[in-house]
Write a protein that binds this ligand. Structure first.
Ligand code: APR
Length: 253
């Protein structure tokens, strides 16, 4: 058995025995669906500066420019389909386990794959939130007819319903995630560079409370040394091998 096969077998057994699992995903899980990641050689932040586009200051300075960028991202994601990594997680949810799926992604691909219990830490690309009355509109227009879009209820300026740099994630949401970590036996961390808080520290919280942490990520991450099993492969290839109903599959199948 190769080292990779051993790791997969170990991880599969640990997951199989667990009743409570927390999964944290990042942009890497959607990379095989053609959605650009943020960091790395072809990451979005190679071409754009976060402070110029993904901050409240940038938005209030030039709402149209920021919306043009989101319109471009919506266009980049609109034809993306979930990949086997998303589907494997959706299937895990059907196996009678208590699964908390936390994602930093705003692309909606976990929902499209059939996962239902999803905590979107950073919001959703397909929602517009009114800057005045807070009304949230689901909107799948690509390109957007009105840039920047206006609230359907009160007519004020809409913004992407996402969490920007310098903005807080709701405390209640963080509490729910921390509680799920406290109650789980296993945490899976998939496709995230582990540099953006608070998600970056969630694996550490799991380790501090003696949970087993399994990471699947192509590149090195800052806290990997603390995790129990680290697999440096594509999530779309590995996740389908980790869950029990796929026990008969092998790396080459
Ligand atoms: N399988 C597994 N991992 C992959 C794959 C793949 N097919 N492709 C890329 N990766 C890894 C990369 O090696 C990288 O470490 O996914 C990681 C993606 O990291 P980031 O681009 O930093 O994405 P993420 O961690 O989700 O970013 C966090 O930063 O700008 C913000 O709000 C944005 O939610 C995002 C947050």
């Amino acid at each position: 058995m190769s080292e990779l096969e051993e790791k997969i077998a170990q991880a599969r057994e640990i997951i199989d025995c667990a009743s409570n699992i927390v999964v944290l995903t990042g942009a890497g899980i959607s990379a095989e669906s053609g959605v650009p990641t943020f960091r790395g050689q072809e990451g979005l932040w190679q071409n754009y500066r976060p402070e110029e586009l993904a901050t409240p200051d940038a938005f209030w300075k030039d709402p149209k420019l920021v919306w043009e960028w989101y319109d471009w991202r919506r266009n980049a994601v609109k034809d993306a389909k979930p990949n086997p990594g998303h589907y494997a997680l959706a299937e895990l949810e059907t196996q009678g386990k208590n699964l908390t799926l936390v994602t930093q992604n705003i692309d909606g691909l976990h929902q499209m794959a059939g996962s239902s219990n999803i905590t979107e830490m950073h919001g959703n690309l397909w929602q517009i939130r009114c800057t005045k009355c807070g009304e949230i509109e689901q909107n799948f227009e690509v390109p957007l007819r009105q840039l920047p879009p206006k609230c359907k209820k009160c007519g004020d300026l809409g913004r992407p319903n996402v969490v920007w740099f310098g903005e807080m994630i709701e405390m209640a949401l963080i509490d729910t995630i921390l509680k799920a970590i406290e109650e789980c036996q296993v945490m899976l961390i998939i496709g995230t560079s582990g540099v953006v808080e608070p998600a970056a520290s969630m694996g550490l919280v799991a380790k501090q409370t003696n949970k087993t942490v399994i990471e699947v990520n192509l590149d090195e991450t800052p806290s990997a040394g603390l995790y129990d099993i680290v697999i440096r492969e594509k999530s779309g290839e590995i996740l389908p091998l980790l869950f029990s109903s796929n026990n008969n599959r092998t790396l080459s199948s």
